[in-house]
Design a protein around this ligand. Structure first.
Ligand code: KMH
Ligand code: ZN
Length: 310
């Protein structure tokens, strides 16, 4: 039994600032939340950038650079930079951080899907920014596009600079996408897959669906050709983390995927959610991977090797 790798996904591009007073959207808040999550036990932090003026998802390289420099200087967690960006970003905007920042790890979305979170607009009582409601509502008529051609572009950009792809898998068919891309040499086994459940447009977050994903991965890719983690959106986050841990998988929590720590109780930080996972993991006699151990388990290159010069 290898140790448990906990990932904290700090801010993402789904939630808007007015949904929670604790939502990290300035660089300082994102840095604090990521470092706090690492201190709570996360070995990997997954980051997006946000415009400090109004919390809108941003592809500004300088913001990513500030986040990476500050987080790296204050903790040893491996940093996973998003190439998902936001549902409103172009391919160029999404892939740009890789070549410039050369992160150890980056998300690589392994297929297209409706990535809908328009229902969150109904929860916005008093939006602070005029972009928030239109941004949320627009996702009802949107495909989060990740064609085979584009996935190859992302993967090539990552391998060129020694970045390990964290393959985001929202539905079971995407596992076959990954198999195909391995067969044509665009992806290299063993792969690291993040099973992201509970997105409206993807596979619902249920125990049987996680078992379905893992069993399909075993049949399609073969044991030993993948490492997996489970991330569930919304209130299923902690229950599904428990299922994933019990199955010997790794887990992702954080405010990107869920703003709550319990029914009707907003989480004050991603670290709070990490703390809950750590407590439960200990009860399951699971050991928490340190960043160094996580790098070993995920086959990461290590912090060195990336330069932040723009
Ligand atoms: N923000 C979502 C559209 C990733 O970071 O690559 C996709 C996402 C996954 O957050
Ligand atoms: Zn993300």
């Amino acid at each position: 039994m290898t140790k448990l790798v906990i990932t904290a996904a700090v801010t993402g591009a789904t939630h808007v600032p007015s949904l929670s007073p604790y939502f990290p959207s300035t660089p300082e808040q994102i840095i604090e939340d990521a470092v706090g999550a690492a201190e709570a036990g996360a070995a990997v932090v997954h980051i997006h950038a946000r415009d400090p003026k109004d919390g809108r998802p941003s592809s500004d390289i300088r913001l990513f650079q500030q986040l990476i420099e500050e987080i790296s200087s204050r903790c040893d967690a491996a940093i996973c930079v998003t190439t998902g960006g936001s549902t409103a970003m172009s391919l160029e905007e999404r892939v740009k951080p890789i070549g410039i920042l050369k992160p150890e790890l980056a998300s690589l979305n392994s297929g297209s899907l409706n990535f809908a979170f328009h229902l969150l607009a109904g929860k916005l009582k008093d939006p602070k920014f005029d972009w928030e409601v239109p941004y949320l509502l627009a996702t009802e008529d949107l495909v989060f596009a990740n064609t085979f051609k584009n996935v190859k572009i992302f993967a090539k950009a990552m391998y060129e600079v020694g970045t390990t792809p964290e393959l985001e898998v929202y539905d079971v068919g995407m596992i076959n996408n990954i198999k195909h891309l391995i067969d044509v040499g665009a992806l290299r086994a063993p792969v690291y897959m993040q099973f992201v459940l509970g997105i409206l447009g993807g596979l619902p977050a249920t125990p049987e669906n996680l078992v379905f994903m893992v069993e399909t991965a075993r049949k399609t890719l073969g044991d030993g050709n993948f490492v997996w983690s489970c991330a569930a959106a919304g209130k299923a986050q902690l229950p599904m983390a428990c299922v994933g841990m019990s199955m010997g998988g790794n887990v992702r929590v954080g405010l990107e995927d869920n703003l709550y720590i319990g029914p009707g109780q907003l989480a004050k930080s991603s670290g709070e959610q990490v703390g809950a996972v750590v407590r439960i993991a200990r009860e399951l006699s699971l050991e928490i991977a340190t960043p160094a151990e996580a790098r070993q388990i995920l086959g990461l290159r290590g912090k060195a090797g990336g330069d932040l010069a723009v």
